[in-house]
Structure formats: C-alpha cells, structure tokens
Design a protein around this ligand. Structure first.
Ligand code: G6P
Length: 365
C-alpha cells in the first residue's frame, strides 16, 4: 500500500510519532501471557559462548546498545563490528559463536557480505530486519522481524527503536535461558516494557522544549554528544542523526573519554548534549558535564526528573524525560535524539526526508 505522511510535514516526523504504536505492535507479536515468544527454530542460548553483532549506520548503534544488554543481562561476551570492516578483516569465528546481523532494509551490501563470511563458520546466523523477504533475512537461520512498518525517511528512526526492542527481548530470553535472570525478574521487566509505548507517548509531549533547544542548536557548527553505559550508543546515534539531516558536524564520545581529547574543543560555540538518566553512572557523567560548563561550553542535559533536580540549573537547557527502568532508557532516549536532529534540520531548511548524498539502502559498496 502507498504510504503517505498522515498529516505530518515530513515522513521522518510521522515515523517518529508512530513509535508508540509500532512498538506496541511489535510487543504484541513477541509477547504472550507466558513471556517472550520467538519464531522457530529457537536458539539454545545456554550453549552460546560468544556473539558477534555486525551492521552499518544506525543499525550498528543498535548492536552497540545490544552488547551492553547481552553482556550485563545474559553474561554473553559480545563483539560488535562495522560490516565494512568485518567483511574484509575476515575475522576467525570460533565454535560456539552466534553471529547476529541488524539491517532495516535487509539488503545492505556490506552487512550481507559480513553475513556470508559467517555462513558455515558460526553456529547460527541470526538477523534482525524490517523487510522479511530481504536477502539478509533469507540467508539467516533465524530472522526476527522488527515490525516497524515501511520506513521512508532516509534517516532511520522507528526502525532503530524497533531494533532495540527485539534485541532487548532476545537478551532477556538469553538471560532467562542461562539462569542470569529469574522468570519473575524477566516478567517484571516485560511489564515495564509493555508500559513503554505509553511512556513514549508522554515523552512526545516534550516536543516543544526539544524544538526550542534544536532551534538554538541549529546555529552551531559543531556539537558534541556525551553518554556513558547504555547512553554511549545513544549519544553516537544522536550525533549521527544530527549530521545526517541538519549537516551540523556532530561527534559522540563516551563521557569518560572527554578528557582524552574532545575537551580541547570546548568553548561557548560548541554545544554539548549530555544524555544521562539518573542511573548508577549519573554522578560520573554530571562531573563530566561540570567540566564542560567550567570551560564555557553550553550544555543540553537530557535526563529525568531526579537527574534534573540533582544536576541543578547549570545546564544551558535541560530536557526532562519521563521515568523508565534504567535498562529501558535506550528505547526512550532515542526520541529526544531524533527530535533534536529533526527540528534542527527543519530550522535550517534542509531536505529532512532525503538528505543530500545519502541513500535509504546502500546495496552497492
Ligand atoms: C543507510 C541509511 C541509514 C541506515 C544504514 C544501514 O546509511 O541511510 O539510515 O542505518 O544505511 O541500513 P540498513 O538497511 O542495513 O539498516
């Protein structure tokens, strides 16, 4: 069926706003009253010794996020790689390795080539795709659909959150199978996840403050994004979104790396977006934020109510997100990252849905 903008100015805006609905649909597809339902053939996570996760672009940042989940929740060591590096490095794949590929289109040439390197070497090949008839899905032992619906905007939005959703469910299944989380611990987190579409909807109500912030950011030539733990990959994704559609140069660093280089760039003209819900790493990140403020850098703090209260009012702008379980923050904090980029691009008048030089699906090298 033909997809229209449904009253939105851009497909990207529509796809951002659709996230509560597509996430709810995806949860419906993967959850029953008894817990997580995966398509056959399942994976025997008890036997998995190691995972490699490979992708490009936004899908790669979904993999970086998943590494934290699989390692922390399920205790499986994960190596994450960019497909174009992985394929030519031809890394050795040891026994007990599950290879996982994430791709919205399922046709990205580098990701497909990386998958083919693992065929016959890895114990099994998993993929997380939006297009179920795609090459990557067909060449996998198990393809998990993300149920995002057609994504038209070149810059990926709803596909990213739906990728995160499936990767988290998979990590929880692995955690359960390996006895790292009890059934009731998983059930409690799944209840939180079922609430997430509603929380996401509430977060969409923060659009005005994010737009105002983005309009101020639109004049910048360079923007830094900082995050720790699960917020590090979200910072990477936030920087990618901003450069893709607004053409503002943006870089992301793990907050702890600030003093190893990027701090030299800080002055009043370089805004720093700090993504930091009030979790166990919050104080460390806030101290990095203070280092930026002390050098005159304008800080955009994206946090929750507790974080905002603790950080005080030193930040140039504070965007307060609803509260969510710390393990679910990547799904929610994708939203302000997307909206900042979207509104900055609209303020600059760029072609949001078809940014210059970029393609939706890169099927040639
Ligand atoms: C292109 C798109 C990105 C996407 C990447 C990977 O660069 O512009 O939005 O993240 O390809 O695409 P895939 O279809 O493999 O997820």
């Amino acid at each position: 069926a033909r997809v229209d903008k449904g009253g939105h100015k851009h497909f990207m805006a529509k796809e951002i706003a659709e996230q509560p609905v597509v996430l709810a649909n995806a949860l419906q597809a993967y959850l029953s009253d008894d817990g997580i339902v995966l398509p056959e053939p399942g994976i025997d996570f008890d036997k998995v010794e190691r995972m490699v996760m490979v992708a490009c672009g936004t899908a790669y940042y979904a993999c970086v996020t998943a590494k934290y989940w699989f390692e922390q929740l399920a205790g499986i060591p994960v190596e994450v790689d960019i497909a174009s590096e992985f394929r030519y490095r031809e890394p050795p794949i040891s026994k007990g390795t599950v290879a996982l590929f994430v791709s919205q289109s399922g046709e990205t040439a580098d990701t497909l080539a990386a998958l083919r390197h693992c065929t016959g070497r890895a114990d099994s090949i998993l993929s997380v795709v939006n297009v179920e008839s795609s090459s990557i899905a067909r060449e996998s032992d198990l393809a998990l659909p993300i149920h995002a619906g057609t994504e038209i905007g070149v810059a990926s939005t709803k596909a990213f959150t739906c990728q995160l959703n499936v990767l988290l469910l998979l990590a929880l299944r692995a955690a359960e199978a390996r006895g790292k989380m009890s059934n009731s611990e998983v059930a409690t987190l799944l209840d939180e996840l079922r609430r997430l579409p509603g929380v996401f909807n509430a977060a969409l109500g923060r659009d005005d403050i994010i737009r105002e912030t983005a309009e101020d950011l639109a004049d910048a030539h360079d923007v830094l994004f900082l995050g720790r733990g699960l917020m590090f990959p979200l910072a990477l994704e936030g920087a990618l979104k901003l450069k893709e559609i607004s053409y503002i140069h943006a870089e992301a660093y793990a907050s702890g790396e600030l003093k190893h280089g990027p701090i030299a760039l800080i002055d009043h003209a370089v805004p720093v977006v700090v993504m930091a819900p009030r979790d166990h790493l919050f104080e460390k990140t806030v101290s990095n934020m203070q280092e930026v403020i002390a050098r005159g850098g304008p800080v955009v703090l994206i946090t929750d109510a507790a974080g905002a209260a603790e950080a005080g009012d030193d930040a140039w702008r504070t965007i307060v997100m609803p509260d969510v379980d710390p393990r679910l923050t990547p799904l929610l904090y994708a939203l302000p990252a997307q909206l900042l980029a979207y509104h900055a691009a609209v303020a600059k008048g760029t072609d949001v849905d078809q940014p210059r030089n970029l393609a939706k699906s890169v099927t040639v090298e």
